[in-house]
Design a protein around this ligand. Structure first.
Ligand code: AP5
Length: 209
């Protein structure tokens, strides 16, 4: 059986990054995440300006910049989980020309919970590991002391990111539903419960392939 080609969609804070780690560990596929790639190249000069200028406002970085990141990553991938891409119809149509997908999973989470998760998220700059001020802080004091908040996790920017999601990304749900690829998972459960449901959905898709 070939390695799965998985797309995770869902609003900011739905748990795409958290669940992608499980997918990578379990299936050994590539994690293709435009968010991480852009954060690592925030100050790269492009003909549209620097990614930072869009990200700090919660806006989408122009399509040609992200399309280029994804197409390069797909070339090397034997199976993948796409996280954070596509984010609008034009990216979805571009992706359609580049590769087939085995399954698209929507992680469904209510808006209040998303705001709590994102504004409370803290990142270890040394490992990239995510924590949360209320329910998931590291035991190691040195790690606790170096945690940082992402620039776009402040309350104002989170509100803008959620609006950008509703306007640009939500239409993709219907796009993938029409293609018979979409599975919805309740992302409001604990991370382990979400992973349980997600793994079953991936196994079902592999069995059908
Ligand atoms: P990106 O990095 O992709 O951010 P995002 O989609 O907004 O996603 P997040 O990383 O914030 O959330 P997540 O769903 O991965 O949640 P996580 O697992 O971390 O994009 C950032 C920016 O880059 C964009 O705004 C845009 O400017 C630009 N960009 C990126 N891709 C682009 C594209 N294709 N086109 C144009 N521009 C693009 O979880 C969040 C928190 O919740 C964590 O603290 C975690 O511990 C906690 N948590 C996770 N699961 C659970 C659970 N089940 N229960 C309780 N807590 C949980």
């Amino acid at each position: 059986m070939s390695n799965p080609r998985i797309l995770l969609i869902g609003p900011p804070g739905a748990g795409k990054g958290t669940q992608s780690k499980h997918i990578v560990e379990t299936y050994g596929v590539e994690h293709i995440t435009t968010g991480d790639a852009l954060r690592a190249n925030k100050d790269m000069e492009t003909e549209f300006g620097k990614p930072r200028e869009f990200m700090e406002k919660g806006e989408l970085v122009p399509d040609p910049v992200v399309n280029e990141i994804v197409v390069a990553a797909l070339e090397d991938a034997d199976g993948f989980v796409l996280d954070g891409y596509p984010r609008n119809m034009s990216q979805a149509e571009y992706l359609d020309e580049q590769t087939d997908l085995d399954i698209v999973v929507l992680l469904d989470v209510g808006r209040d919970e998303l705001v709590t998760r994102l504004t409370g998220r803290r990142v270890d700059p040394e490992t990239g590991e995510n924590y949360h001020v209320e329910y998931d802080m590291p035991d190691d004091e040195a790690v606790r002391d170096r945690l940082e908040q992402r620039d776009d996790d402040t309350e104002d920017v989170v509100t803008d990111r959620l609006d950008v999601y509703s306007e640009n990304t939500e239409p993709l749900v219907e796009f993938y539903e029409d293609r018979g690829l979409l599975t919805r998972i309740d992302g409001d459960q604990t991370p382990d419960e979400v992973w349980h449901d997600l793994r079953l959905a991936i196994e079902d898709a592999q069995a059908d392939a």
